[in-house]
Design a protein around this ligand. Structure first.
Ligand SMILES: Nc1ncnc2c1ncn2[C@@H]1O[C@H](COP(=O)(O)OP(=O)(O)OP(=O)(O)O)[C@@H](O)[C@H]1O
Ligand SMILES: [Mg+2]
Length: 285
């Protein structure tokens, strides 16, 4: 029989104390498109989420889908362009973005979660008036097209689902007051939802270990440091809205915000249940 080492005992005790502290708490997980790369990882992710729920946590998933949305646009001969990590979205782009995000990707996540015994329900920000959006204005008067920012979040639908043990899976599409559809950055969406739900924790799963500075991982990042690194363009692309989303959360009552590498199998479990945690922790000071 394999020996039960001191190390194993320590890990188990550590995990048990976290399990207890997370009981009944809402944990928002942003599942980045960049981390959804292979079948095995998608299965591992679904298995982890169902496990978290069985331990008494209330997981809420918000997904992105950057790479897949871009691929679909390219297949249809559409132009793909980003400014400051935000997708420029024409009306033709928007149709594809909504189709891929609320259709293909959302349903694929539901399929995996439900195959592993979860009761997952896919919604877009349009459902139950979850996300009221408006056109996002960008500095320098740059027109990003149908890219939205969030005017308000109405978490009622999510609370109803959570109460009945469903796992909500949200695609980052919002509805304007006048009926216009908007494509919204998924990190921003996740952060606003986390705050509206009074979540305990938010985890951003992406395709890098966390915030990197000259190739080195920043284990912790404060508001001041983040601002500096964004200004210096050390943090750019899709990482800038992610860091801003994390800061918005910790400034508005979410106890913990962490950016982790979703391409490491079972990284959510490593983050949640060990003292050490992984990735970059976003802190106020
Ligand atoms: N300082 C930095 N540290 C780490 N990554 C950075 C940094 N600056 C820019 N990035 C880029 O940010 C990317 C992560 O954001 P990206 O938007 O591409 O993925 P995602 O948000 O996980 O997925 P999706 O946008 O589909 O939801 C990294 O792959 C990296 O290329
Ligand atoms: Mg992104």
């Amino acid at each position: 029989m394999a020996s039960f080492t001191e190390e194993k005992k320590k890990l188990l005790l550590e995990a048990l104390s976290y399990i207890k502290s997370f009981n009944g708490k809402i944990v928002v997980i942003k599942y980045g498109g960049a981390a959804m790369i292979e079948e095995q990882l998608k299965h591992d992710f679904a298995q982890d989420i169902v496990l978290l729920q069985s331990l008494g946590m209330l997981p809420v998933i918000i997904h992105g889908g950057g790479p897949e949305v871009s691929k679909a646009m390219e297949r249809l001969g559409q132009e793909v362009s980003f400014i400051d990590g935000l997708r420029v979205t024409s009306s033709e782009n928007l149709k594809v973005a909504e189709m891929v995000l609320s259709g293909t990707i959302n349903k694929e996540i539901i399929t995996h979660l439900n195959t592993f015994g979860g009761k997952a329900v896919g919604v877009s920000g349009k459902d139950g008036l979850l996300i009221e959006a408006r056109k996002k204005s960008h500095h320098g008067g740059i027109d990003l097209g149908f890219v939205g920012e969030i005017a308000s979040v109405n978490p009622e639908l999510l609370l109803v689902l959570l109460k009945q043990d469903f796992i909500p899976v949200v695609s980052p599409i919002g509805l304007g007051k006048d009926g216009t559809t908007y494509n919204i950055n998924a990190d921003t969406t996740a952060s606003r939802i986390a705050v509206a739900l009074g979540a305990h924790k938010i985890i951003f799963m992406t395709d890098v270990d966390g915030v990197l500075e000259e190739g080195k991982l920043c284990a912790q990042l404060s508001a001041n440091e983040a601002e500096k690194l964004i200004k210096q363009k050390v943090i750019g692309g899709g990482m800038a809205p992610k860091v801003e989303a994390g800061l918005f959360c910790v400034k508005n009552g979410v106890e913990s915000a962490q950016i982790i590498n979703g391409t490491d199998p079972h990284s959510v479990i490593a983050e949640l249940f060990t003292d050490q945690g992984i990735g970059t922790k976003i802190v106020l000071k």
